[in-house]
Design a protein around this ligand. Structure first.
Ligand SMILES: Cc1cc2nc3c(=O)[nH]c(=O)nc-3n(C[C@H](O)[C@H](O)[C@H](O)COP(=O)(O)OP(=O)(O)OC[C@H]3O[C@@H](n4cnc5c(N)ncnc54)[C@H](O)[C@@H]3O)c2cc1C
Length: 435
């Protein structure tokens, strides 16, 4: 879709920064509850850059994606009904899970049965485009490739890289890419926040026949002791990717992720999924995110500018993987992210995190025997930063009078559906306050 900037009044009734699920939901809800108001959406990219356009696996069950600080089961379920009504998911069937659940239970592991849908990267892009078009038909202005830089609360003005524009209400939903922007805004507006929780882990790539549960359950969610969980499973046309992030020190690092297409390409015969440990820091650590970024940068240093990968067979023997580990009869498939550097994860990961994850891998191998085949590849690091969580004034995520902060960037969600629910909740708050 081409960038579009329609003539706007000097002051908009509401400006929404971010066209991810949180921003879209706020826009849909406002346009429905208060038609005819001047609404402007901005995005620094040409299309939303979050999960809606990256694999688009959606979870429609509490607590997946809903931070417990802000959501209880009944509130989340109530909003999920509205989320379903807009996203119209085709819930994937799950079957034959009894055997896995029983084995898991005996080991103190939980297999969560989640209502899920999967659009794939291509399907998600189509959906995001259709939402933008629908909003434009409703008279909402959408300006793409425009970046919000600063919020001037004293004269209620949003400063972007293209203009200054007044607002009566402002919704900031800049997602994970917008962490730094949101932090600057919170600092300038004196909004208190905490940043002490991060997820750190690795991604496994394994032959699909050794992880057959995916034929019955698209993205199986196992919860292990010590706050380790499986996350974001991809199968079919699945592949591993690396995403570049800039840490607040100004240095870049890679975080691993996984995707699959619904249409394009041929099936790889491989499955990939992450094992993440949630780490909650306490005082005196100043910034959990900075800690995680430094781990990412350290892995880059070890990997000569690339993430690391190691075969499970080498890891078990306590030796680093080398280029030769990616040939040979036991190591029988090519990594889908071949640009990673073969190395030694034990040298790069903090011991406590590695021990918890390795223990979880062994538990998983008891539930689904074979997943720790010597050929299985461990990619590191996979880092999920949580938003700096502002201290909100009310339950609609208002952080300052007339300013709402929502979605993954503000820590009110950790997934597409909860981000969408956050957008509805903020819009309802705006309406209550008077748009
Ligand atoms: C690669 C990837 C894959 C993911 N896969 C999944 C998945 O399959 N399922 C799932 O549930 N969740 C997934 N997630 C998480 C999911 O993206 C988020 O939970 C969800 O998108 C959060 O929605 P949001 O609206 O808060 O932010 P986002 O969707 O990230 O949208 C924020 C938007 O704000 C824009 N922006 C940022 N800063 C500015 C600025 N200063 N000015 C203007 N615009 C700005 C960004 O370009 C972006 O388009 C994934 C995340 C990533 C990064």
């Amino acid at each position: 879709m081409a960038a579009h900037t329609s003539p706007m009044p000097d002051t908009c009734d509401c400006i929404i920064v971010g066209t991810g699920p949180a921003g879209l939901a706020a826009a849909f809800t406002l346009s429905e509850l208060a038609p005819g108001k001047s609404l402007l959406m901005l995005d620094s990219s040409s299309l939303s850059t979050g999960g809606l356009c990256n694999d688009c696996k959606m979870n429609f069950s509490f607590p997946i994606g809903f931070p417990l600080e802000y959501w209880d089961a009944s509130t989340a379920e109530r909003y999920l009904e509205a989320v379903c009504a807009r996203l119209e998911p085709r819930i994937l069937p799950k079957k034959n899970l009894g055997i896995y659940s029983r084995r898991a239970e005996k080991l103190g592991v939980q297999l969560l049965e989640i209502r899920q849908s999967h659009l794939g990267t291509d399907g998600g892009v189509q959906l995001a485009r259709s939402f933008q078009e629908e909003l434009q038909r409703r008279g909402i202005s959408i300006s793409l490739r425009e970046t919000a830089r600063e919020v001037r609360d004293q004269d209620r003005c949003l400063v972007t890289d293209k203009r200054e524009i007044g607002y009566r209400n402002l919704v900031l939903a800049p997602g994970r890419r917008g962490f730094a922007f949101l932090q600057t805004v919170m600092d300038s507006l004196h909004v208190a926040y905490v940043d002490n929780v991060v997820d750190i882990g690795l991604r496994l790539e394994v032959r699909e026949q050794l992880y057959p549960i995916v034929q019955d359950y698209y993205d199986p969610k196992f919860l292990f002791p010590q706050k380790v969980r499986t996350f974001c499973t991809n199968s079919g046309k699945a592949y591993v990717v690396k995403e570049k992030y800039r840490g607040r020190s100004g240095r870049d690092y890679f975080s691993i992720n996984g995707h699959s297409f619904s249409e394009k390409g041929k099936a790889s015969g491989l499955v990939n999924f992450a094992l993440l440990k949630t780490v909650r820091f306490t005082e005196p650590l100043a910034s959990g995110q900075e800690f995680a970024e430094m781990l990412g940068q350290q892995a880059m240093l070890m990997g000569g500018g690339q993430p690391l990968m190691q075969r499970v067979g080498d890891f078990r023997l306590g030796k680093r993987s080398k280029a030769e580990s990616f040939t040979g009869d036991l190591y029988d498939f090519e990594p889908t992210l071949a640009s990673c550097t073969p190395g030694d994860l034990a040298l790069a990961m903090p011991a406590k995190i590695l021990r918890a994850i390795w223990k979880s891998m062994k538990l998983l191998d008891t539930i689904i025997p074979g997943v720790l085949h010597p050929s299985t590849i461990m990619y590191y690091p996979e880092i999920k930063l949580y938003g700096n969580r502002p201290r909100f004034m009310d339950e609609s995520f208002q952080a300052r009078p007339g300013i709402w902060m929502i979605g993954d960037g503000a820590g009110t969600s950790r997934g597409i559906t909860a981000a969408w629910a956050s957008g509805i909740r903020a819009a309802e708050g705006i309406i209550r306050r008077g748009l």
